[in-house]
Design a protein around this ligand. Sequence first.
Ligand code: ADP
Ligand code: MG
Length: 396
Amino acid sequence: MSNQKLKNTNLKGKKVLIRVDFNVPMQDGIITDDNRIVQALPTIEFVVNQGGRAIIFSHLGRIKTEEDKLSNSLKPVSIRLAELMGKDVRFVPETRGEILETAIKELKDGDMLMIENTRFEDLKGKKESTNDSELGAYWASLGDVFINDAFGTAHRSHASNVGIASNIKTSFPGFLLEKEIKFIGGAVDNPKRPFVAILGGAKVSDKIPVISNLLKTADKVIIGGGMAYTFLKAQGFDVGQSLCEEEMLDLAKELLERGKDKIVLPIDFLFTDEFKDKKPLHVGPITAIKKGEMSLDIGPETLKLFENILKTAKTIVWNGPMGVFEMENYRSGTIGVCEIIANVVDAITIVGGGDSAAAAIQFGFQDKFTHISTGGGASLEYLEGKALPGIECLNK
Ligand code: ADP
Ligand code: MG
């Protein structure tokens, strides 16, 4: 797959169905972060500049009740898209039917139309989310060509990605999807070495498949964050009240055995006696933990250890915060890792995972990584080595 194919296709006068991920955070009808819209602009601009007639699909939030529809209309998103494009976007408050079909007929070359939230169809019996065959075929019938640029939902088989693709002759990945495939897929399949993965986040149980897959391909797998404590406990240490998944201990032991030359664990910690944003009581190795205490972040010695491993890497994949970065007192590990990665010269650096990407952006590292993935769950499944249905369904 390469976007060269898309670039070489004549889209003039064609009805181009574009699935994007405009599932942006909103508060009281106001978009609080438009990054996902901005990231999809190259594909939409390309279609419009070629004289294609863009028919844009996205989901927004989860729709379980009629009430959910009120706060999850794509109307405000279509307004933001129009501002960013400097061009009108016709919004159709329907997901099917005559009004939509007439609006599509009225489109001129280079026009944009956005249909209402694809998940409104879920109220009619989960039609979008279960890839209802009639719905996918109907949406496909509205266009001539399909472009999927929604990486955030590429791990799901829905009517608006797989459904459309399997009912239309010509389909392509959009430029954003291409970018995700190039960087995440490239790191997993054919990394420049040394390849170092750094994994954190809350739960081992969420990350077992990703650790397991990266143990096969990475040269080192650094583990921090909440899940480090299950590994430390598996090594026989008392981790006090730190996050720990007892039922994962056997698996953690197995992974430690399998990855004994690769896995690197933290060596010092920020200890406290409550899950609260107050100054740590003391800093030290895990053996320094006192009764009733927990660790909410990695310490400075650990950052030095990680830096020594990361600084010579040629590919770095980071998934999962190193501590409770939502609290001011427990974000130094996560910020420290961002700084270390940002300073590695001549390496491909990739952030995957919803919270890690949010942290990297929040702490000002937006432009310091080669690639910050736009898909949380999708990037995780891609790092697990799984084939993503939203990619597999496209013409190769
Ligand atoms: P991602 O979305 O990047 O894959 P996760 O969802 O797996 O990351 O994990 C993010 C969460 O992990 C954050 O809310 C953070 O507070 C939590 N976390 C990290 N370290 C710890 C810790 N030591 N104790 C408790 N929670 C932690
Ligand atoms: Mg998360």
